[in-house]
Design a protein around this ligand. Structure first.
Ligand code: SAH
Length: 376
């Protein structure tokens, strides 16, 4: 796909020729019928699929010894065949007094991905990766600099949430036992460039137990650079997920350089698709805007953004730029950012400023450039 060509050809790590997911098959890849068929292939009755799914999605266990309603031999066989270990945590970093935790995962083929768990009063948000690396080449994003390694499988995406949920349920995180309430596809990768696996992951995350983890779709956010055909396709899926569009500039001239895929799909087309999504789902679209000093933070750009969004089902999320190593850019001056925010608010555009959780552990926006655990 042309999109991949835009990215630098530096996808050295474990890149396969098709860049498709290469993980072993896992229970979380399959829907109910697929799970029954997989169990039947192993010569087991269909209800075993249900039992296994209740352990995995409901009790958050993949350990044979916990599955006491299954005969011991069957447990080992089912777990061996359908719950392979896809991701191994190779590094864990916490900050914000234990309320933010970043995990670096190594997949079976050596690809690295990261996820971040953030606990707030009344909610816990898991930020997941949809690809190892990313091919979108946004110059301000650490992942974009590294290029695409490969797509993640559905189960590799779900496993990030499963592991977070299990750790949280067992009280591993500061604040006591809890549940994941929100999932955002804002880790590594462009979720809509891995459409099928991401969509299946949304279903596995949101279907009620035993079919999935039972997280409300309303609390799941898919964030995109603006792959227009994929946004339209998503709008037709009858989901109630939130869509976030990483706009970062209201004009094509600047957006062409900040979000290179804009050379293919212009601001107007991206926003058209976003409004299509809003109309289909009734959900307010989140417009992401990283505030970059003297690059996209001028008052006239705030006014232009307000003009584009006026009367739309939209909300602007301003993100102070998190400078990546070696970047020539930095975050907007706070007074300039405040002026930008005020200009939007004055024109009736709902606007918030995103918090910067996880900065010290490179777990904040755009910092997920998995270094294979070799960083000190
Ligand atoms: N590919 C998806 C998800 C990526 S990350 C997308 O682009 O939407 C989620 C958000 O973090 C995006 O809005 C992205 O533009 C933003 N981001 C990336 N690098 C950043 C940085 N260095 N500082 C602030 N935000 C950044």
């Amino acid at each position: 796909m042309e999109l991949v060509e835009i990215g630098p050809a530096r996808a050295a790590r474990a890149a396969g020729p098709d860049r498709a997911a290469r993980a072993a098959r896992h229970l979380a890849d399959l829907d109910a019928a697929g799970r029954r068929a997989a169990v039947a292939e192993l010569g087991q009755p269909g209800y075993r699929a249900d039992q296994l799914s209740r352990h995995y999605f409901g009790r958050l266990t993949d350990a044979p010894q916990d599955m006491t309603d299954l005969p011991a031999g069957v447990r080992r066989e089912l777990v061996g065949a359908l719950l392979p270990k896809l991701l191994t945590a190779t590094r864990e970093l916490t900050c914000d007094r234990g309320l933010t935790r970043k995990t670096l995962w190594r997949a079976a083929d050596g690809a690295f991905v990261e996820s971040v768990l953030m606990r707030y009063p009344g909610r816990v948000t898991m930020c997941v990766s949809s690809q190892a690396g990313c091919g979108m080449a946004c110059p301000f994003c650490a992942t974009g600099q590294a290029g695409l390694t490969r797509n993640l499988s559905t189960a590799e995406i779900v496993t990030q949430v499963f592991n977070g949920a299990r750790g949280l349920a067992s009280g591993e995180m500061a604040g006591g036992p809890g549940r994941i309430s929100n999932v955002v596809f804002m880790g590594m990768g462009e979720p809509l460039a891995n459409y099928v696996s991401v969509l299946r992951a949304v279903r596995r995350l949101s279907d009620p137990v035993p079919d999935g983890l039972g997280i409300s779709q309303r609390a799941i956010t898919v964030s995109t650079v603006g792959l227009v055909p994929a946004i339209w396709r998503l709008a037709g899926e009858r989901l109630s997920c939130r869509l976030a569009v990483s706009l970062h500039a209201p004009d094509d001239e600047l957006r062409d350089s900040l979000v290179p895929v804009n050379r293919r799909w212009k601001v107007a087309e991206v926003l058209d698709a976003a409004w299509g999504y809003a109309a289909a789902t009734g959900r307010r679209v989140s417009i992401e805007y990283a505030m970059i000093r003297d690059v996209n933070d001028q008052a006239w750009r705030a006014d232009e953004l307000a003009r584009l969004l006026a009367g739309r089902l939209a909300h602007v999320n301003l993100i102070p730029l998190n400078p990546t190593p070696g970047s020539k850019w930095t975050a907007s001056d706070p007074a300039v950012a405040a002026e930008f925010e005020a200009r939007l608010a004055d024109r009736g555009i709902p606007v918030t400023v995103r918090d910067t959780r996880g900065r010290e552990i490179d777990g904040a926006c755009g910092q997920l450039a998995a270094s294979g655990g070799d960083r000190t």
